[in-house]
Design a protein around this ligand. Sequence first.
Ligand code: ATP
Length: 488
Amino acid sequence: TESTLADIVSHAKEYGFVFPSSEIYDGLAAVYDYGPNGVELKNNLKQLWWKAMTQLNQNVVGIDAAIFMHPLTWKASGHVDGFSDPMIDNLDSKKRYRADVLLEEKAAEYEKNGEIARAETLLAEMGRLLTAEDLAGVKQLIIDEKILCPVSKTGNWTDVRQFNLMFSTQVGAVAEGSSLIYLRPETAQGIFVNFLNVQKSARQQVPFGIAQIGKAFRNEIVARQFIFRMREFEQMEMQFFVRPGTEGEWYQHWKETRRRWHEALGLPAAKLRFHDHDKLAHYAKAAVDIEYEFPFGFKEIEGIHSRSDFDLTQHQALSRKKQNYFDNDINPETGKPYGNYVPFVVETSVGADRLFLATLCQAFQEETITEGEGEEQKTKTRKLLRLHPAVAPVKAAIFPLVKKDGLPEKANEIYQALRYDFRVIVEEKDAIGKRYTRQDLIGTPFCIAVDHQTLEDNTVTVRHRDSREQTRMPISELHGYIGHAVSF
Ligand code: ATP
């Protein structure tokens, strides 16, 4: 059965995946905390991404740059002047909206009613007005489309203003003279300003990439859809530096590679699609989103952008430090080395939290099962998380059947043998059925039952989360068995 976002939000809270921030004070909009199972799942996703980038590609290396950066960074990147969303307030409800989102929702409504041409015209007109920075025009479009405030059903709108999404703060004590700095709105710039440091120290040659995982901050106007759009979130970004003229091939390469990665992790092909941008950001030559079908529709989880030499030349201009690379490879057309140039960049950028949400939405399932035989047979529903074993917070739960006869000691022996390589737990409390149910709910792929036979022949029963099938196997085979399942 299809689950709604509300089901997922409550499951995430109840089973220790995601909590609202500072909940005892009624929370903080668009900020969330990860609980004990959530942090394991998120760490697993981050580690798999890191491995896919840096371990599987000799020419991709990592960095961990600071959140605070020199303020000129954001001038150079275009964020000070251009990183804003068109905001509009409703005077009756005093609620704030993104003007473009109101129009997009209207277009979606047309599309749903089969008025495809009308939807497309509206989106095109909105795109034209926003590109021309005609904010009065955007407001007029909202009025012409008779868009009412979703809360108070009035069309009593303020003017549309551009709202910068960067958070700022002061650095330095006031006496020394403080200066305004920003909390980074993306991790990419920490990579660009380190381009030459990394290229030289890691002895890399173009084409090569720099990967980074870290927090980013955006003062999003509309905070909705749980961890889909947060004000503090984590990005996993890789900037790939290439020779100008080869960016098209690399764009294709990363587009396909990244999509395959999502599929390998368990997002089915039917729920993924590419969405080409027709409205390009100031830095982009080409851009595509990898979208996943959330319970609230197809939405971006990752962006692949061909950024040309925009960022490096901007930093070169503001820092007055050359960002050139000398390419020794021979250009077949001239017979001479390609020589000096500012590399072009192809970027892959995925939100760790959005990927987490997609993973959870995909894994969360409710199914009808039959249990027992003959007269005893009954059907019931069970909820479970069908997580890929590689990302599951707990890889195996070990259950001594009873709390006596040496079974807990035997379970502990197995635990000791596995715990260095896998996150495993021992559970002694409650009937075994209840223990299985609890592990299904957090997505544990294997439950290992220790019974009296175990004491005689050193075999255990391994119960599989998805099929509920049970296999008897020697304890000595457990390590290899789990290892195989969780490898990715
Ligand atoms: P959107 O259009 O949804 O605001 P964006 O196009 O601004 O996203 P990018 O700047 O391309 O996003 O950021 C790259 C990735 O970072 C996105 O694909 C998304 O996974 C993640 N991301 C961006 N903003 C947020 C946010 N507010 N909360 C969580 N993740 C985010």
